[in-house]
Design a protein around this ligand. Structure first.
Ligand code: IDP
Ligand code: MG
Length: 140
């Protein structure tokens, strides 16, 4: 059975662009409920840890420095089929390939600075939520 939680970050490019409110509105309109949220900044160390699975990729250094370049909004979201439905809402990693109307098509600048993160599996959603939030910070 598909899980009902996913994890997102509004990335530094979208925060700098003033898109926090518009992105949260799209998330709510699509039927996701915010169960945890914080406005925070990742240290280089924390960004490196979060993206450790991409350690061997050529863009890892760039990704870590981008993700620690400014504040982010981190949130846990609840909806039936949350992981897949959220990936549909955000669109492809490369905004030039993202479906019209998706968050990345609307707000992303490039394949690296692509406005939002979305978990890719129920297992990773649980890991990523636990990375950012204590149980006492979640309201389900
Ligand atoms: P996803 O965010 O759509 O799941 P992943 O392949 O998991 O995409 O990559 C994680 C993040 O790494 C992307 O969201 C993006 O910020 C960055 N990234 C992915 N591919 C590239 C690339 O080719 N160049 C620069 N950054 C990239
Ligand atoms: Mg990914």
């Amino acid at each position: 059975m598909a899980g009902n939680l996913t994890f997102t970050m509004i990335k530094p490019d979208a925060v700098r662009g003033g898109h926090i409110g518009a992105i949260l509105a799209k998330i709510n309109e699509a039927g996701f409920r915010i169960v945890a949220m914080k406005y925070t900044k990742l240290s280089e160390e924390k960004a490196g840890e979060f993206y450790a699975v991409h350690r061997e990729r050529p863009f890892y250094g760039e990704l870590v420095s981008f993700m620690s370049s400014g504040p982010i909004v981190a949130a846990a979201l609840e909806k039936n089929n949350a992981v897949d439905d959220f990936r549909k809402l955000i669109g492809a990693t490369d905004p030039s390939k993202a479906e019209p109307g998706t968050i990345r098509a609307l707000f992303a600048k490039s394949i690296g600075e692509n406005a939002v993160h979305g978990s890719d599996s129920d297992e990773n959603a649980a890991i990523e939520i636990a990375f950012h939030f204590a149980g006492t910070e979640m309201f389900r």
